[in-house]
Design a protein around this ligand. Structure first.
Ligand SMILES: Cc1ncc(COP(=O)(O)O)c(C=O)c1O
Length: 370
């Protein structure tokens, strides 16, 4: 493995220093919550080694709403979605193995295969095509050597979402090619229309990944999971998890279990807040002639760009934004894209902070005009 730190982690707000940021528009989750917010009391929890697969109640509560006959046995609890992606990458790939990855993407989906020195073919999404995944083009990248195809739905950083028929076509494509499909579903429960089916429910060749970090605002517990109906593969995933850390933290998994028990009410609440934030973002975009965007269809991020014809000094813009306006966004280079793009997270800031941050972007753009 060749580990290299990713810009999105090196420059993350927690590494930069939360105290240096007034308007934090760089997060890809809803606002972080405390134990008191969750109403969790852990005083009687015995700190034993947990079940290696993960808290049985948690696995049950993850599997049931996923549908398609998925059960707790199809769930492996991991150290966040990031831990799941690492286990999947290191299990399915060896140096020189081929995979297909959609780009841009959440950085780990690209960087772990790179660290393994796998041979990656990218399907590059473009602003001009509305960041849509073209299934035919993707299918053409698959070769007899391909181990898996990796997509994120809803997509990070653009917030785009494929149709259910496209997802089903993609499943059929990997089945006929004899490879696998990895769907990073970390934002699934924050889709604006209906939810896509959980990919693992559609085929034993599909693996789903998710966590509590984004929709539930509790990334600090580092609890996520992968889902697959392929039992043999699941045993290998479990072997990987046992070698990394035997089992997960029973503290984290108990908190996760209790947070998920309040799922219905929480999702309704979060859904309402996201729509309010989206309305603010939409109104700002409509009045900001230096920027353009593809409106998101799910999640809490979007990926607008500074219009190509706008004479903005982009490096100066980012300097002003952070140094003079204490405002933080996710610049395009976090996603191997032009820095004219920026990921704006609408779910983490309060309404006032979102408005303040958007005003700061407008001001910095004008101050950086050549
Ligand atoms: C698409 C996606 N997958 C996975 C992760 C990792 O999240 P976590 O490990 O906190 O669950 C992130 C975090 O930004 C993400 O955006």
């Amino acid at each position: 493995m060749k580990y290299v730190r990713m810009p999105i982690e090196v420059e993350s707000p927690e590494e930069f220093g939360y105290d240096r940021i007034k308007f934090n528009l760089s997060e890809s989750s809803v606002r972080d919550r405390s134990l008191a917010d969750l109403g969790v009391d852990l005083r009687d929890l015995v700190l034993f080694y947990g079940t290696h697969e993960g808290h049985p109640g948690l696995r049950e509560i993850v599997a049931r709403p996923a549908g398609g006959g998925l059960s707790a046995d199809d769930v492996l609890v991991t150290a966040g979605a990031a831990g799941a992606l690492f286990i999947i990458g290191t299990t399915l790939l060896e140096k020189g193995d081929h995979l297909v990855v959609v780009r841009p993407n959440y950085a780990t989906n690209i960087e772990t295969p790179r660290a393994i020195e796998a041979d990656i073919s990218f399907l590059d999404l473009t602003f001009e095509e509305g960041f849509a995944v073209d299934i035919d083009r993707l299918a053409k990248l698959i070769t007899p050597r391909t181990k898996y195809v990796s997509v994120t739905q809803p997509h990070n950083p653009t917030g785009q979402l494929m149709s259910e028929s496209d997802l089903r076509r993609l499943v059929a494509v990997v089945e006929s090619a004899g490879c696998r499909l990895l769907v990073d579903e970390t934002y699934r429960e924050m889709s604006f229309g209906g939810l896509l089916p959980c990919a693992a429910s559609l085929s034993p060749r599909a693996i789903s990944v998710s966590s509590l970090s984004k929709t539930y605002g509790i990334p600090g517990i580092r609890t996520g999971w992968l889902l697959t109906r392929d039992r043999e593969l699941m045993t290998t995933f479990l072997a990987a998890k046992e070698q990394i850390g035997i089992c997960g933290s029973v503290v984290d998994e108990e908190i996760a279990f209790q947070a998920l028990r309040g799922r219905e009410a929480w999702l309704t609440d979060v859904g309402g807040r996201i729509q309010e934030a989206l309305a603010t973002m939409r109104a700002w975009m409509a009045g900001e002639e230096l920027m353009e965007w593809i409106e998101p269809k799910g999640g809490v991020v979007c990926f607008p760009r500074i219009r190509l014809e706008a004479p903005v000094d982009v490096d100066e813009f980012y300097r002003l934004l952070s140094d003079e306006h204490a405002t933080y966004v996710g610049p395009g280079h976090w996603f191997e894209q032009s820095r004219r793009h920026m990921r704006i997270g609408i779910g983490w800031p309060t309404a006032a902070e979102l408005e303040g941050g958007l005003r700061a972007i407008s001001a910095s753009l004008r101050e950086a005009l050549r």
